[in-house]
Structures are given as structure tokens and as C-alpha cells.
Unconditional design. Structure first.
Length: 315
């Protein structure tokens, strides 16, 4: 019996293997529900961008607003990166970070701020309502994702509601700032797509943080040139608008937005943004005194129905 026990023990020792190393989880892993919530928080933050820009333009020129908001946001992001001792991203990620910097740090803020020189915030918000469809299309081309037919039908329906609302609001004639807005759609969709992809490899706050740091040489020089050329008048509205653009729209909003995109995918997250124009319309009434168009409630309900379908459709 002792010999048999000894043999059994040796056999048990011989077949025991070390546990395989655990695969690290993605930095932005999350449930679909939490991802949708984070994306919705990002949309809520972005919905205040145009009203905040209008406030900032009361005391500053457009170039000053764009460059100064990015410099201040870069200081905030750089401080967080330094405090957390975050390592510099791998070389393979820098091309994507450059796209984020060009799209959401420089391109979109500049083009939309220039558009707001001639367009109302409500009109600009409705035109930018095409951004979800643009982002979904860009993401499908970039990542090879193939959303279901129902997803595209609901996305196109939502875009049609937004476009129809915009045409009805403007009397059928495009404003002079619409070219800026359409260009903003393209660069922002590219930035969102790359940011959502990168957020699968690093936390969302690091994606936008490194993009802000990468753009800092351009925005710092731009600020130095813009301030003397456009002497600012720091009124209460101008300061409040600039602070929100810095902390809310450019940094914190992007943090939760990219993390939500990483969790549920860029196509599905982008469709939550269909609600952004309607939220901005509400803010334009509350903060800027603009009149809410009579068709807004019906458009809001139609857009929300389209969002519900896209969230249930296969992506």
C-alpha cells in the first residue's frame, strides 16, 4: 500500500502544470449598458459645446477661443498624465493619436467656431446632427465592422429626421457657415473613429490627453499669435464658456465618450449622438434665449425612437 500511495503521489506531482498567465483585460472593458451610459454622458457634455462657444465668443475672437481652450485642456490633461506617471504610448499608436488631435482637438473646434460666426447655435447643432451617420460610416470603413441592415435603416431614418428638421428650420436655404460645418463632420468622424479604436488599448482619458499634448506646439503658438490680434474681454459669460469648453467639452466629455465607444463600439455609440442636436436646442433656449422651433418635440421623439432601434440592432 505504501508503494502504491507513493506512486500515486508522484504521478500527481508529475501531471501538475503551472497555471497559464492571465491575459490582461482591455483598458476600457465594460458592459453594453455601462458603455451606453458613458457615451450618453459624453453626448450630454458635447451638447453644451455650441452654447459655451457662443458665450466665449462674446469676449474673445474665434481663433483665441479655439487655441486657448486647447492649451488649457492640454495643461489639465498633461497634469493628469504626469501625476499618474503614465508611460508614453507605443509607437504604433501615435498615428491614431495624431488623427484624434487633428480631428477633435483642432479641426472640429476651429471649423464649428468659424461657422458660429454666421450661424445660430441651434442651426449649427442640427446640421452637426449628421455626425452619427458620418461616424458610423467612417468606423465601418476603418475597422471593417458590418452593422446589420436594421442598424443602417434606423441610422438613415434618424439622419433624415435631423436633415429635414434643419431644412425646415432654415427655410430650405443653407447658411454661409454650412461648408465649415460639413467639413467639421468629416474631421470629427475620423477623430471619433480613431479615438474609439485606441480606447480599446488605453483608457479614454489617456487617448484625449496625449492628443492634446501632441497638439500643444500648434495650439501654444496659435494662442500667442491670436491673443494680440484678437484682444480678449473676459466677461462672466466669456470665462464661463471658455472653462466649459476646456474642462467639459475638450477633456472630460471626451474621456467618457471614448470609453463608451470602446465598450459598445463606434457605430452604436455614434447613434446616441443623434440626441445631441435636440439637447443643444434646449440649451440654446435656456442659456442664449433663442426660440425653440415648434417641430422640435416631434423631431425629438422620432430621433429617440431611432436611437432605441440602433441600440438593439446588431453591430
Amino acid at each position: 500500500m505504501r508503494a502504491n500511495d507513493s506512486a500515486t503521489t508522484l504521478d500527481a506531482i508529475a501531471v501538475t502544470a503551472p497555471e497559464p498567465p492571465r491575459t490582461p483585460q482591455p483598458a476600457a472593458a465594460g458592459t453594453p449598458r455601462s458603455g451606453a451610459l458613458l457615451a450618453a454622458l459624453g453626448v450630454a457634455a458635447f451638447s453644451l459645446t455650441f452654447p459655451a462657444t457662443a458665450w466665449a465668443l462674446e469676449g474673445m475672437g474665434p481663433w483665441t477661443v479655439v487655441m486657448l481652450r486647447s492649451v488649457l485642456a492640454a495643461a489639465l490633461a498633461g497634469g493628469c498624465l504626469a501625476a499618474r506617471r503614465v508611460r508614453v504610448p507605443e509607437r504604433r499608436h501615435w498615428a491614431g493619436i495624431a488623427v484624434v488631435a487633428g480631428g477633435v482637438v483642432l479641426g472640429f473646434p476651429l471649423l464649428t467656431t468659424l461657422a458660429l460666426q454666421t450661424s445660430t447655435t441651434s442651426h449649427a447643432a442640427v446640421v452637426v446632427g449628421l455626425l452619427p451617420l458620418t461616424t458610423a460610416t467612417c468606423s465601418a470603413a476603418r475597422t471593417g465592422a458590418r452593422p446589420s441592415r436594421m442598424f443602417w435603416i434606423a441610422s438613415l431614418a434618424g439622419a433624415a429626421v435631423v436633415v429635414g428638421f434643419a431644412v425646415q428650420q432654415s427655410g430650405g436655404a443653407p447658411s454661409t457657415g454650412d461648408l465649415y460645418l460639413f467639413a467639421a463632420l468629416l474631421v470629427c468622424a475620423a477623430g471619433y473613429t480613431e479615438g474609439g479604436r485606441l480606447a480599446r488599448h488605453m483608457p479614454g482619458w489617456q487617448v484625449i490627453g496625449w492628443a492634446l499634448v501632441l497638439a500643444l506646439p500648434v495650439t501654444a503658438v496659435g494662442t500667442a499669435v491670436a491673443l494680440p490680434a484678437e484682444p480678449p474681454h473676459f466677461t462672466a459669460h466669456a470665462v464661463a464658456g471658455l472653462l466649459w469648453l476646456t474642462a467639459g467639452s475638450t477633456f472630460l466629455g471626451m474621456v467618457v465618450w471614448y470609453r463608451g465607444m470602446a465598450a459598445i463600439g463606434a457605430p452604436r455609440a455614434s447613434q446616441i449622438q443623434l440626441a445631441q442636436p435636440l439637447l443643444t436646442l434646449v440649451w440654446s433656449v435656456v442659456l442664449l434665449g433663442e426660440r425653440l422651433p415648434p417641430a422640435a418635440p416631434a423631431a425629438a421623439l422620432a430621433v429617440l425612437a431611432c436611437i432605441a432601434v440602433t441600440q438593439r440592432a446588431r453591430c
